[in-house]
Design a protein around this ligand. Structure first.
Ligand SMILES: [Ca+2]
Ligand SMILES: [Ca+2]
Length: 384
């Protein structure tokens, strides 16, 4: 008993002075070390982010053939406002003179109407007007609803000229090209000779300046046909210009990241977002384009948006990637992938568990208001 009580006493004596000492040591020595470590880590993270240059990006689009091109361009502007990318130029593969004005209209809406636009004239690729590019022509009381100064693609330079000039001015191995239409422009660029703009051939220029092509094309999983039977899929961007995508695959010396048809198909854009998230202005060119293309309620696949997200935010776990390999395109527009450790191609994989988070990122980015919205300032003067 005595021993026990002595023991108890010694324990309580031990506790009384030692616990506050431990607490004091924790507060004065250990906690500051932890906090400073965290602050240091945060500072390093912040610095790393701040020093990380925005991804220089070229957007090559068949604007007007489906509304995902418009959503994808809106996303690029949001990512540029977040300093995650810089849109260097837009080139167009839809051979109709209203595609370029609609692109300029969107760029101007987001305060960047000065961005160069190049067109593919007389290619004969989808020469119809499309369902929404005429949104750029809508007037209210005699004034354009969506201000812009490129009123016809006939007034724009060719895509090859814009691509050559943009790449010639870029840093080596820096540019990401996001191609979400046909491969017509890139094939023409890769076949272009040296000229007054650059002493390199198109292929040399591309290999020197481009670090990645992020392309929405092909299919890398079985796709249901009209009867619901799974099989190989002749994807639209491939089928519309088979010789050009074959040329791209053959002559492109930099990695290509493929977003197959199945990715956007399994990530549909919620039409509720079109009805609700773009109401920060009375008229929104992206929402009006979507509605002109196919009115809600319809959840359109996000094909082209996925190629933007994968290009600008590659490390955020939105997608998994295939092993390296090589894609080949058949004469009847089927894309096939063969694994090969030396291959320069990978394709995106969407696991069901990732879908909701990835979809929400696409929705939030494409519906993000422009920098000048919410302030009393109009869009900057250089916007046109
Ligand atoms: Ca303009
Ligand atoms: Ca497209």
């Amino acid at each position: 008993m005595k021993l026990l009580s002595i023991h108890r006493l010694s324990v309580s004596r031990f506790k009384l002075p030692v616990l506050p000492a431990i607490l004091a040591a924790f507060l004065t020595v250990i906690l500051p070390v932890i906090l400073s470590g965290q602050i240091l880590a945060c500072t390093m993270l912040h610095c790393a982010r701040a020093e990380e240059a925005p991804v220089p990006l070229i957007f090559d689009t068949d604007m007007g053939n489906d509304c995902d091109d418009a959503l994808a361009l809106a996303m690029i502007h949001a990512l540029q406002s977040r300093k995650e990318c810089e849109l260097l130029a837009v080139t167009i593969t839809k051979d109709h003179e209203l595609a370029a004005p609609f692109v300029d209209c969107l760029n101007t809406f987001y305060g960047r109407g000065h961005i160069p636009i190049g067109v593919c004239r007389n290619s004969g690729k989808t020469p119809d007007a499309g369902k929404y590019n005429q949104v750029s022509k809508i007037t209210d009381n005699g004034k354009l609803r969506f201000e812009h100064d490129l009123l016809s693609g006939n007034n724009a330079p060719t895509a090859v000229e814009v691509l050559r000039r943009t790449l010639a001015q870029a840093q080596d191995a820096s540019v990401v090209v996001v191609q979400v239409g046909f491969s017509t422009n890139l094939a023409n660029l890769l076949a272009s000779p040296a000229d007054a703009i650059a002493p390199l051939s198109g292929r040399e220029l591309f290999a020197k300046k481009v670090k990645l092509v992020s392309i929405m094309a092909g299919a890398f999983a079985p796709i249901p046909n009209d009867q619901g039977v799974l099989g190989e899929h002749r994807e639209y961007n491939v089928a519309e210009d088979i010789p050009s995508i074959k040329k791209l695959v053959e002559l492109c010396d930099v990695p290509i990241l493929w977003s197959g048809f199945e990715i956007g198909l399994n990530l549909t854009y919620p039409h509720q977002s079109i009805l609700q998230d773009y109401r920060y202005v009375t008229h929104h060119p992206v929402a009006e384009a979507y509605i002109a293309y196919i009115p809600p309620p319809h959840d359109r696949p996000t094909w082209d948006l996925t190629s933007v997200l994968a290009a600008v935010r590659p490390d955020r776990g939105y997608f998994e990637l295939s092993n390296p390999g090589t894609v080949t395109i058949s004469d009847d527009a089927i894309s096939r992938f063969a694994e090969n450790p030396q291959g320069k191609h990978r394709y995106l994989i969407l696991k069901p568990a990732m879908a909701e988070r990835t979809r929400e990122a696409l929705v939030q980015l494409s519906s993000q208001p422009p920098e000048h919205c919410g302030s009393s300032q109009p869009a900057p003067n250089h916007a046109r």
